[in-house]
Design a protein around this ligand. Sequence first.
Ligand SMILES: Cc1ncc(COP(=O)(O)O)c(C=O)c1O
Length: 431
Amino acid sequence: MSDSLSNTVTDDSSGQFPTGRLAADRATEAAKLDAADPLAHVRERFLLPAGVIYLDGNSLGALPAAVPEALNDAVHRQWGTDLIRSWNANDWWGAPARIGDRIGALIGAAPGRVVCGDSTSVQIFNAVAGALRLRPGRSVVLADPDSFPTDLYLADSIAKLLGAEVRRVPVGEVEEVLRADGAAIAVIAYNHVDYRSGELRDLPGLTAAAHAAGALALWDVCHSAGAFPIDLDAHDVDLAVGCGYKYLSGGPGAPAFVYVAERHIADFAPALTGWHGHANPFGMEAGYTPAPGIERARIGTPPLLSMLALEAALGAYEGVSMTDVRAKGLALTDLFIACVTDLGLQTLTPLEHARRGSQVAVCHPEPHAVMAALIDRGVIGDVRPPDVLRFGFNPLYVGYADVVESVRILGDILETGAYRDARYAVRATVT
Ligand SMILES: Cc1ncc(COP(=O)(O)O)c(C=O)c1O
């Protein structure tokens, strides 16, 4: 992690743990913001346990209140009673495109450009292959060394299979590399939001730079889908993949999605050509003919229970303006950054709104112990190496008072040294 990303503690910080007055001022500020919050009522659409401040919805979204009932119906009526008739009677067959369109509405994609299913990793594999095939004669994939690792592993694998090359180029050097060597580059494959630092990348600018070099832009929008408007169509993005279990709150292992720009759909040739992507799946033909539309990005039988849970989860966005979601996400992260700065802590997350996602990375030399102590006190975030305490803010269910209270608890843990207790030295498998 580059030190240059770290924000230095501002002059007005005491560099100490917050005084009672400072903490009280922050609490008053938070109460005012909560009272004026146009999204405050949306929190009721989630089932959050009492005594928990959930700041990990960027990793696994909280449980939407509509999901248990939807799953109950999916299991008992659709599966238990309607049985295989559900493929038609309950339109199981249409679920990937139907749910894809609902996700599309949140990420700025017109109907028919997003299909839901499989994992993010599978979708990345298919999308990188599809991008390389859309640019014959070019064999270089530019990828960010700071990408979530699965993106790099899959790009390397598909490159090996297709005889392509993955060049790891930090996001700040992409435009220069495109100018110098653009004719070789098939696709730039970057994460929209850096999963560790929370830095938001310049999707419109880098997409335009890729196009100027004749290359495509493939974005991993795992940490932005559902967190703020993305406008994939408006920014001429070529391909995007994202997951259903973070801000979209579709549940553990929720299916992912892929977006293909309308202009590429007819030529999009994914690597994994399963029968659900066939033009005539029930013709049971021996050879593969892709479906004419976005359905060609389907692979095999989707996990219907998870699909239907995700569909119900998306109902939490009913009547919610993504512009309001963005405004609140920035206000929550502004307040959180201000509060942790009051504690004298350093953050890695950009201060500029245009460069910030909806999460904040706080540096601490003993992040695992601090996070374990926080979780014990009901504040749930997570840890990323080497020294990042990561906190995600889903504006649909996190409030301003949550922010102030979570930092008060963090301050208390640091001030008292509670995190040094031996029980916090044991590292969990999943951090
Ligand atoms: C940016 C990004 N891409 C991909 C993934 C994970 O992919 P999968 O859903 O296949 O585990 C994550 C998981 O946190 C992620 O943060």
